[in-house]
Design a protein around this ligand. Structure first.
Ligand code: XUL
Length: 525
C-alpha cells in the first residue's frame, strides 16, 4: 500500500510540488509552475513586481494563492492520487512577509470551493504586496534595531543573525514607520511559508523556528519570540505574530476547499511549513551534524547541520532552527559563479572543461598566489567597496588565476565557517559547477574532507514532502528517525566521492594562513 506525502515549495519565481511514496522510496510526481509564465496578469518579472526604487522588491500574496489553485488543478489533471495523500507540508522563500487584517482568520475558515482562492482572499490583506528577501531598502531600520539590541554581537547572539535588510523584523519596522495606519489595521503577520500553510490548513498557521530565525525576532536559543526584539521593531507586534511551532507539526486536517475542489484526501493532515533553505537541508539529507552542503550557484552557499546553537560573532553567517531538530547554518558568498565566470571571460576560456584543464596545469603551493574575487560587494566577509585583489599573482598567468580564484573561494568558506566549531565529515557538492571534478578535488583538499556530488533539483519541495511524512508518523505515535526517512531519496551520485590528497591538505593548511593575512590587508585597504 502506497504512503503518499505532498511537499510544496513557494519560491521567488515558481511554485513546485513533489509527491513521495514512503513505501517504495520513490518520487512519484514533480511539477513546477513559473509565476511570470503561468500568471502573467500579475505583471511580475522573475516573480518580483517592478518598482522605481531599485532597492525595493515586493511580490503579491494573491499571486502565490492563485498559483496554488493552478498547481492543484494541474495535479488533478495529471491524475495524481490526491485522495491518497496522507499529509502536506511545504517551504517558502525566506524572510518575505504577508500582512492580513482582522477578517482573515474567519475567511480562511470558510474558503468557498465555488470560487478561486484569489476571489476568496480579496479584502483580507492590510497591505496588498509582500516585501521579499531581495529587498534591501531597510538599512536605517537595521541600524535602529541593532542599536536597541545592544550592537552586532548582541543581536546575532539573541536572534541568530545580525540585522539584515531582507530580514522580516526590519521590513516590519519600515512598514510601521511609513504606513502606520495600515500597520494598525494588520491583525496577523505571516511569512511566505506560514501564509501558504494557512491556505492549506484553513486557519492562521504557526511559524517554525527554521523560518522564524530569518526575522531578527526569535530568541534563537529558546525558540520563542524575543520580547526585546519585538519592542525594538514595532508596537503591538507580539499580538500580530502567530505562535512558533516545529515544522511538520500537525495543524489539523486540510481545508475542505482542497477536498471538495480537487479531491484531496479529507483525512490528509496540514502541517507547519518552513523556509526553503531549512527544507533543502532535509531534501539533501543533511540530518547529522558534520554533514555540510556547498552549493556552487550564482552565489556560493555553505550550509549544514550544527550540534549546538553557536552564533557568528562577526555577524556574517545565519543560524536557523533545523527542521530535523537542533540548528543549521547558512553562509552566503555573493561572488560565486558570478566571479568564476568573470575570470573565465577575462581569459577568453571557452567553457568550464577548459577552465578545469587550465587549473589542472598548476599545483597547489604553500606560498601560492592569492586572488580575492570581490567583483561585487561581498556578504562574507562584508565588503562594501567591490574590487579585485591579487597577491603574488601575475594577471597574465591564466592557469594560476583559474587556480587562485577557486582556492580563494574554498579557503574563504573554510575560514568563515570555523566559528561553527564543527569540522565537516562529508561535503555534498551541488549546483552548476559541481560537475567539474578538478574543482571538487580542490574543494576536498582545502576542506580536508571527502566530497560527494548530489543532484536534487527540487531539494526544498522534496525536503518538505519528507517533513510531511515525519509529521504524519509523529502524529501516529511513532518516533521516526530523520536519517532513515531521507534514505533512498537524498543520495549522492554513486561513485562520485573525491577524497582529499594528504600532501595537498598540508599545503592548504599553510596557504590558508597567508590567505587570512591577505584578506585582512585587503579589508583594511
Ligand atoms: C536566505 C535567502 C534566500 C531565500 C531564497 O537567507 O534570503 O536564500 O530564502 O528563497
Amino acid at each position: 500500500m502506497a504512503k503518499l506525502f505532498l511537499g510544496l515549495d513557494s519560491s521567488t519565481q515558481s511554485l513546485s510540488a513533489v509527491v513521495i511514496d514512503l513505501e517504495t522510496r520513490a518520487v512519484v510526481y514533480e511539477k513546477s509552475l513559473n509565476f511570470d509564465r503561468v500568471l502573467p496578469q500579475f505583471k511580475t518579472r522573475h516573480g518580483v513586481l517592478p518598482d522605481r526604487d531599485p532597492l525595493v522588491k515586493h511580490s503579491l500574496p494573491l499571486l502565490w494563492a492563485a498559483a496554488l489553485d493552478r498547481l492543484f488543478a494541474g495535479m488533478k489533471r495529471d491524475r495524481v492520487a490526491l485522495g491518497e495523500i496522507l499529509a502536506v507540508s511545504g517551504s517558502g522563500q525566506q524572510h518575505g512577509s504577508v500582512y492580513l487584517n482582522n477578517t482573515a482568520a474567519g475567511r480562511l475558515g470558510k474558503l468557498d470551493p465555488a470560487k478561486s482562492l484569489e476571489q476568496n482572499l480579496r479584502g483580507v490583506f492590510s497591505r496588498a504586496t509582500a516585501p521579499i528577501w531581495m529587498d534591501s531598502s531597510t538599512t536605517q531600520q537595521c541600524a535602529e534595531i541593532r542599536k536597541q539590541l545592544g550592537g552586532l554581537r548582541a543581536t546575532a547572539r539573541a536572534t541568530g543573525s545580525d540585522t539584515f535588510e531582507r530580514f522580516t523584523g526590519p521590513q516590519i519596522r519600515k512598514f510601521y514607520q511609513t504606513e502606520p495606519a495600515a500597520y494598525r489595521q494588520t491583525a496577523h503577520i505571516a511569512l511566505v511559508s506560514s501564509f501558504m500553510a494557512s491556505l492549506l490548513a484553513g486557519r492562521i498557521a504557526p511559524i517554525d523556528p527554521g523560518d522564524g530565525a530569518g526575522m531578527n525576532l526569535m530568541d534563537i536559543r529558546r525558540k520563542t519570540w524575543h520580547a526585546g526584539a519585538l519592542r525594538a521593531t514595532a508596537p503591538q507586534l507580539g499580538k500580530k505574530l502567530p505562535p512558533l511551532a516545529a515544522s511538520g507539526q500537525v495543524i489539523g486536517k486540510v481545508s475542505a476547499y482542497f477536498v471538495k475542489k480537487y479531491g484531496l484526501n479529507p483525512e490528509a493532515l496540514a502541517t507547519v511549513w518552513t523556509g526553503d533553505n531549512p527544507a533543502s537541508v532535509i531534501g539533501l539529507g543533511l540530518v547529522r551534524p558534520g554533514q555540510v552542503a556547498i552549493s556552487l550557484g550564482t552565489s556560493d552557499t555553505f550550509f549544514g547541520k550544527m550540534r549546538q546553537c553557536r552564533t557568528d560573532v562577526q555577524g556574517e553567517a545565519h543560524v536557523f532552527g533545523s527542521p530535523a531538530g537542533g540548528y543549521m547554518t547558512l553562509i552566503c558568498f555573493k561572488n560565486g559563479s558570478l566571479a568564476r565566470e568573470r575570470i573565465r571571460e577575462h581569459y577568453g576560456i571557452e567553457d568550464w572543461a577548459a577552465f578545469g584543464r587550465l587549473l589542472a596545469k598548476t599545483r597547489p603551493r604553500k606560498n601560492g598566489g592569492i586572488l580575492l574575487p570581490w567583483f561585487e560587494a561581498e556578504i562574507v566577509p562584508r565588503v562594501n567597496r567591490p574590487g579585485l585583489h591579487r597577491f603574488d599573482l601575475e594577471e597574465d598567468d591564466a592557469p594560476a588565476n583559474c587556480r587562485a580564484i577557486f582556492e580563494a573561494q574554498m579557503m574563504s568558506m573554510r575560514r568563515h565557517s570555523q566559528w561553527m566549531g564543527v569540522a565537516p565529515e562529508c561535503i555534498y557538492a551541488t549546483g552548476g559547477a559541481s560537475n567539474d571534478t578538478t574543482l571538487l578535488q580542490v574543494m576536498a583538499n582545502v576542506m580536508d574532507c571527502p566530497v560527494r556530488r548530489i543532484e536534487i533539483a527540487k531539494s526544498a519541495a522534496l525536503g518538505a514532502a519528507v517533513q510531511a511524512a515525519h509529521g504524519w508518523l509523529v502524529a501516529a505515535g511513532e518516533k521516526p528517525k530523520w536519517a532513515s526517512l531521507t534514505r533512498g531519496f537524498a543520495e549522492p551520485v554513486p561513485g562520485s566521492e573525491i577524497r582529499p590528497h594528504k600532501a595537498a591538505v598540508r599545503i592548504y593548511d599553510k596557504l590558508i594562513r597567508k590567505f587570512g593575512i591577505c584578506e585582512r590587508a585587503a579589508l583594511a585597504s
